[in-house]
Every structure is written in structure tokens, then in C-alpha cells.
Design a binder for this molecule. Structure first.
Ligand code: NAP
Length: 569
């Protein structure tokens, strides 16, 4: 850790400030939109900044063919407004990216949010000025904002990652990244297309790309567990029945483990008969519901023997679908437990490998040696084979959960950089705050349920907790709140301890930071369950924000005005 970097002070002069707010919100995805709405309702001034050209966060960027959410649309939606949830009609069981983006835009319009959102503006730095007790935030388009609080609503899968393959820059054909897909449709007709990666994004896009392309080659490093989504138009009668019961249903989601209500008692896979196990897995498979399959029994994510039963059930499905046994074998995951890398929902993914113009390259057996100007070279024993392609699709994932933070220059007390704080692994208190970074909140941050949950449920919970907290500070005359280091250390230890009891550490997943070379191997999300986690957060608040230090104002100018400068936009 470089001392100079650790103690560098903010260099942004106060005079450069173009706007002053109670709260600056980074990110115009669902978290940022709701945060703005909530804060406004409490009488705070707030502004949202986002690097994108529109609202929607992850759903703005991830426009690849076949992009859908794999949490049911009636679950993956806001519950905070009764009329919104009643009036919005989801077309399909699993909403497509365009539909979710329309929903995000609808929310922005319905609650008149756009007047406080600035787009095409990336946060370059956020420095806590101890003298002022405020954050000074510098944007790429020139705005400099002074805010009492900063809410990082930056998403968990927002920092795309290209693979470390030699020669990548020499390729002369078309290249695409699933996470930054063009806004115009891409036509692969008649082309030879390579897809690198077999995570959720690849598994959704490969069948559609392979429908169009003359020839497709899929480069797989680790096979995934996937199951058919069984997507279909929503049944209006079923949706109406659910909506009639929405308050109860939503409450059950908030109290649940994954943020989606699961019906019925939870049994253990190892304690029931094989027939009962298979029937339960088959029911999850038929329902096209990941939670129903992986969560069919209480021990699947905790006990290897139990997990093996679910894993083998899926492998048998793959063997039954894929006609060539060697290809089926290559597509079967066998070296990590199901659920410990994010499992996928698909539409005819495994069937795609029965097509004569689709080739699977197992890069563990035949590694990618390099990307060449006209294709991809793989190593076959002592020789190389060059696979000529007209286009390469990189579906190679994200620097998950921390990448969107560490790409900004965030400095807290004493000029300490968040990058240095997290050099040994991300540490937060409740996934909501970081010691040494007063008045900075993280929505669905590391050590919160976030990516192990229905994100909408977790986003709503964090936004409401943060809004209540900011209002509490105002109403009780406090100007700053900061996580206490010992509380943070205890929370991280608790989160790690729960993680260690599960099977998650057995996989090289992005949950563990394992997909980014050099990233500390730490289990990033909190696996204690959405309901119990909410209870803990509520208890912390009820005890006057236990584990935080609250400080009364020593700054006479703490009440922000909306704008202070003529050139603020
Ligand atoms: P991902 O799950 O991280 O998948 C990246 C893929 O690229 C993996 O198969 C990875 O292999 C491969 N890869 C990376 N570097 C490589 C290299 N050098 N050579 C060969 N292969 C390489 O990323 P993603 O598919 O974008 O999904 C990320 C997350 O976003 C998901 O897990 C999910 O949480 C979310 N998501 C959700 C949905 C949905 O709701 N339906 C859709 C898309 C994404 P390894 O596994 O060996 O690292």
C-alpha cells in the first residue's frame, strides 16, 4: 500500500463546486431511481449521476440477444408503490431486457425523477472533506457536487471484464461484449461467430446467435448448470390473483431466504427417498425456477452429498438432451457444486449443441493460445488450430460487487483510498457502510445478500434503511454517521463464517472474486438470508444505529441549498 496514495488529500477546490445537495446518488438503475424518490419524499435534495445515456442501470447496458431476468417478472419489480405494482402489466413470466428497461423508464416518468438525474456523467472522484464534513464529487462532464451524503447505487455487476487473452487487440473482425451491446440490432446472418464464455449472458445469447449465424463456435472454460426457463406469456388470471394478494405475497418475499417466497416445508435432500428427491427436482425443472430446484431442499447449498443429488439430476438432463455423448460430457459440470457458481435459465441452450453448425471448444482441453487478426488460435497438443471467425462475442463477465467501486477514486477520512482499504478484500458493515468513509452508503454492497437474492427486494430494503437513517440524522441533529471498525470487523467475520459453512468456497466463482486475476479470494455476498438480514439491519437502526458513530454538526453551513452556482445544470 503506497503511503502517498493512502494519505493524498482532496485537491478539488471548494470554489469549483457547481451544485450542493443533501445526497448525491451514483447510478440511475433501480436502486438510484428508488433512492431519489424516497429521499425527495422525506424533503431532501438529491441528484443522481450515471455514466449511461439512459436510466435502467444493468438493463440499460446488457442488451445482448436473449437478455432476460431469471427472477419472475411479478417478483422482480418494485413493491413500494401500490398503484405502480397494480397498474404495470408484465408480459412474460421472465421479462425481457427491453421490457425491464421500459419499466425503469416508466418508473422514472411516473415519479417525475428525470429532473434530478444527469446522464452521460461518470463519477471520477468522491473525496470526503473533513473540514466541511461533506463529500466533494467530481464528474467526467465537469460538474462538481458537494453533498452531505453519497449513496453508491452502482450495481453489483456493472464493471465489465474482458478476458486476458494474448493478441486480443490484434483481431480485425467485429467484436461485441454482452455487457455493452450496441443499441442497434446486430445481424449475424451468414457470419462465423465465436462466443467466449458460458455464464448466464452467454447461455441466454448463444441459442439466438446460433439461429442466425452460418457457424458458431462456443469457447467454454467451465460448463454451467442450466435449466429451461419455460418462458411463456403471463396468464392474466394468475397475475390478477397474485396481485389481489400482493401485500401478503411481497411481505413473504421480504421475510424469505432468497427474496422470493418458497412454499411448503423445507426438507433435507439426504433425508428423503430418491423418488421424493427426484420428484422435487423435476418439479423445479418443470417450473423453470432456479430457486425451486436449488432450494428444493434445505441442505443443497450446505452439504456436498445433498448437492451431488441435485447436480447429478441436472447432468442427467444434459445427457438426455445432447445427442453426442462426448459433447454432452463436455457440457456437464462436474468439478463444483450446483449453485456455487450462478446457475442459469435458458431457452434451448443444450439443444443448440445438436446443430451441425455449432462447435463446442473445451478450452480446458484445448486452451486458447491467442486471438489472431482473423480468428482464435487453440492449442491441440503440440500444434495450434486457428478457427477463423467474422465476429467475436465476449461474454466474459464482470469484476463483480467491487469493480464498480474500485474504478472510482473514493477517499475517506485522512484521504484514505477505498482501493487501499479493500486491497485485502472488500469489508463493509452490513454491506451498507465502510469504516473510515463517513456518510457514504452502499446499496447491495459486499456482505449483504445482494446477488444471492431477488435484487429488487434487497434494493428496496437498502434504500428504505438508508433513507430512514438519513432522516434520523437530520431529525436528531447529527451531521455524520460512520461505521465503527470493530462492528465492521465483526460483521465481515460473521459473513465469512456463514459463507464457510456453505459449499460456495468450493467454486472458482465471481462470488469469490476468482474470475479476476489478483483479486482477493473472499466470499463477497452475505448468505444469512434476506429475512434474517433485514431483521439485523432493523435492530441496528432501532438501537440508535448500533455499530455506527454519530456526530453532531460542527459545520454552520450544513443545510444544503439546491444549487449554488449559475453554471450548474
Ligand atoms: P459470468 O457468469 O462471469 O460468465 C463469464 C464466462 O466467461 C464464464 O463462463 C467464464 O468462465 C468465461 N471466461 C472468462 N474469462 C475467460 C477466458 N479467458 N477464457 C475463456 N472463458 C472465459 O458472466 P455473465 O454471464 O455476464 O453473468 C454474470 C452474472 O450476471 C450472472 O452470474 C448473473 O448473476 C447475472 N446475469 C443474470 C442474468 C439473468 O438474470 N438471466 C443474465 C445475465 C447475467 P469461468 O466460469 O471458467 O470463469
Amino acid at each position: 500500500m503506497a503511503a502517498a496514495a493512502t494519505h493524498r488529500r482532496t485537491t478539488t477546490p471548494e470554489a469549483a463546486v457547481t451544485g450542493t445537495y443533501h445526497v448525491l446518488i451514483v447510478g440511475a438503475g433501480f436502486a438510484g431511481l428508488y433512492m431519489l424518490h424516497k429521499l425527495r419524499g422525506l424533503g431532501f435534495t438529491a441528484r443522481v449521476y450515471d455514466a449511461a445515456g439512459g436510466v435502467g442501470g444493468t438493463w440499460y447496458w446488457n442488451r445482448y440477444p436473449g437478455a432476460r431476468c431469471d427472477v419472475r417478472s411479478v417478483d422482480y419489480s418494485f413493491s413500494f408503490d401500490r398503484e405502480l405494482q397494480q397498474e404495470w402489466q408484465w408480459e412474460e413470466k421472465y421479462a425481457t431486457q427491453p421490457e425491464i428497461l421500459r419499466y425503469a423508464n416508466h418508473v422514472a416518468d411516473r415519479f417525475d425523477l428525470r429532473r434530478d438525474i444527469r446522464l452521460n456523467a461518470r463519477v471520477e472522484s468522491a473525496h470526503f472533506d473533513e473540514r466541511l464534513g461533506r463529500w466533494i464529487v467530481q464528474m467526467s462532464q465537469g460538474d462538481v457536487i458537494s453533498a452531505q451524503h453519497v449513496v453508491m447505487a452502482v450495481g453489483t455487476l456493472s464493471a465489465p471484464k474482458l478476458p486476458e487473452i494474448p493478441g486480443i487487440e490484434t483481431y480485425r473482425g467485429e467484436t461485441y461484449q454482452t455487457q455493452k451491446w450496441p443499441h442497434q440490432p446486430v445481424d449475424f446472418s451468414g457470419k462465423r461467430v465465436a462466443v467466449i464464455g458460458t455464464g448466464s449472458s452467454a447461455i441466454q445469447s448463444i441459442p439466438i446467435i446460433a439461429e442466425q449465424a452460418a457457424h458458431s463456435t462456443v469457447f467454454q472454460r467451465t460448463p454451467n448448470y442450466s435449466m429451461p426457463a419455460g418462458n411463456r406469456p403471463n396468464d392474466p388470471a394468475a397475475v390478477a390473483a397474485l396481485k389481489a394478494n400482493y401485500p401478503t405475497y411481497r411481505q413473504a418475499a421480504r421475510d424469505s431466504f432468497f427474496g422470493v417466497p418458497i412454499e411448503g416445508p423445507i426438507k433435507m435432500a439426504v433425508e428423503v427417498s430418491e423418488a421424493e428427491r427426484t420428484a422435487a427436482y423435476q418439479a423445479g425443472w418443470d417450473a423453470g425456477d432456479l430457486v425451486a430446484l436449488v432450494g428444493a431442499f434445505g441442505d443443497v447449498l450446505f452439504d456436498k452429498a445433498a448437492n451431488d443429488t441435485a447436480a447429478e439430476f441436472i447432468r442427467n438432463k444434459i445427457r438426455a438432451i445432447v445427442t453426442d455423448p462426448a459433447i454432452a460430457d463436455a457440457l456437464c459440470p462436474c468439478d463444483y457444486p450446483v449453485g456455487t457458481k450462478r446457475p442459469c435459465l435458458d431457452t434451448r441452450y443444450y439443444e443448440t449443441f445438436n446443430k451441425p453448425n455449432v462447435r463446442l471448444v473445451d478450452v480446458r482441453k484445448t486452451p486458447i493460445a491467442a486471438i489472431a487478426p482473423a480468428g482464435i488460435r487453440i492449442r491441440q497438443g503440440d500444434a495450434d488450430e486457428e478457427i477463423a471467425v467474422d465476429a467475436i462475442v465476449f461474454a466474459t463477465g464482470f469484476d463483480a460487487m467491487t469493480g464498480s467501486f474500485t474504478r472510482m477514486d473514493i477517499r475517506g477520512v485522512g484521504g484514505v483510498a477505498l482501493n487501499d482499504e479493500w486491497a485485502g478484500g472488500a469489508q463493509t458493515y452490513l454491506g451498507l457502510a465502510v469504516a473510515g468513509f463517513p456518510n457514504l452508503f452502499t446499496v447491495t454492497g459486499p456482505q449483504s445478500p445482494s446477488v444471492l437474492s431477488n435484487m429488487m427486494v434487497s434494493i428496496e430494503q437498502h434504500v428504505e434503511w438508508i433513507a430512514d437513517c438519513v432522516a434520523y440524522l437530520r431529525d436528531h441533529g447529527y451531521s455524520t454517521i460512520e461505521a465503527r471498525r470493530e462492528a465492521q470487523t465483526a460483521w465481515v467475520a460473521h459473513s465469512n463464517e456463514l459463507g464457510a459453512r456453505t459449499l460456495y468456497p468450493l467454486a472458482n466463482s465471481w462470488y469469490m472474486g476468482a474470475n479476476v486475476p489478483g483479486k482477493p479470494r473472499v466470499f463477497l455476498p452475505y448468505i444469512g438470508g434476506v429475512g434474517p438480514y433485514r431483521q439485523k439491519c432493523d435492530e441496528v437502526a432501532a438501537k440508535g444505529y448500533e455499530g455506527f458513530t454519530l456526530t453532531r454538526s460542527s459545520h454552520p453551513t450544513d443545510t444544503p441549498t439546491r444549487e449554488v452556482s449559475a453554471h450548474a445544470t
